[in-house]
Design a binder for this molecule. Structure first.
Ligand code: ATP
Ligand code: MG
Length: 273
């Protein structure tokens, strides 16, 4: 845990240094458009909410700890994902699973953090699980800024993006369940939000945490807006029938691959996944 604390502290120092220079640059240049996430994206720490090492460790966020062997598994996954996405010019990736509790949120967070460590990429993690939003609680973010207010038309997109004190890593959290989740995700407003986030920074990879694909129609509703999809199969969590059904549901989208999660390490040599 000490190593995670040090990593967070180093990252925070870096962010604050970057923040200072960006703020002074921003003062000299024209102010950003109020309803775009541009300010947050350039590093202006609008919502700087640093993370707690103990909380992260308890929630299986392992990619901030250089010494954690599990981090290597996520870095390997990150490199494979980035290579494939680069090949096709893709910048948005959805994370889903055949059934509940497969580890989607844990994988989405660790994947986004690992992408943020990449020297030429930044990552934005968006919680699009409007039925069981868990990104904010896993990261231990205080209950302040969220996508809920943006979707309700009460806040601008830029004001909901959170900087967690990790360079190159931003979060768009969801705090509360949204009624009519599938309709919301299929709406023009969500389409515009995704386009704005995508257009805002060509170097940024956007990772969307979604609900399971077989349980509800939310995933099918929103996937047309996304470049590709990663399927997280929790070992022992999904049946063969659910996995096959997921493949059928995802057949017309760009399925990047499968991640088998929750594998018993004693039976899987050298592998977290
Ligand atoms: N590799 C793993 N090994 C053991 N437990 C894990 C692993 N990955 C995730 N978990 C645990 O499984 C539970 C579910 O994880 P998570 O919330 O990421 O799943 P999910 O697929 O997003 O769930 P939901 O369908 O509710 O959104 C959590 O308690 C998490 O800590
Ligand atoms: Mg989840």
């Amino acid at each position: 845990m000490e190593r995670i604390k040090l990593a967070i502290e180093r990252a925070r120092q870096l962010t604050l240094t970057q923040h200072d220079s960006v703020v002074s640059a921003a003062v000299r240049s024209a102010p950003p458009e109020p309803d775009t996430p541009a300010a947050a994206d350039r590093g202006v720490a609008v919502n700087l909410l640093p993370l707690d090492a103990g909380h992260l460790e308890r929630h299986r966020v392992v990619t901030l700890d250089q010494g954690n062997p599990l981090r290597q598994s996520f870095d390997l996954l990150r490199t494979q994902v980035l290579q494939k996405m680069q090949e096709h010019g893709w910048r948005t990736i959805a994370v889903t699973s055949p059934s509940m509790q497969s580890g989607k949120t844990v994988v989405a967070i660790n994947l986004a953090l690992s992408i943020a460590h990449h020297p030429s990429r930044t990552a934005l993690l968006v919680d699009f699980d409007l039925r069981r939003p868990r990104v904010a609680s896993c990261l231990g973010l205080p209950d302040e800024h969220s996508l809920n207010e943006v979707l309700d038309g009460k806040a601008e997109l830029g004001s909901a993006i959170v900087h967690a004190g990790i360079p190159g890593f931003q979060v768009l959290p969801t705090r509360r369940k949204m009624p009519g989740a599938a309709e919301v995700l299929a709406s023009e407003r969500v389409g515009r939000i995704i386009s704005t986030l995508r257009d805002d920074n060509p170097e940024r990879i956007i990772v969307f945490d979604l609900p399971p694909v077989t349980a509800v129609d939310d995933v099918i509703a929103v996937l047309p807006h996304m470049d590709c999809v990663l399927l997280i199969v929790g070992s022992g969590s999904s049946t063969k029938r659910e996995i096959e059904a997921s493949r059928r549901h995802l057949a017309r989208f760009n399925l990047l691959g499968f991640v088998v999660n929750k594998v018993n390490q004693r039976t899987a040599r050298n592998a977290y996944y």
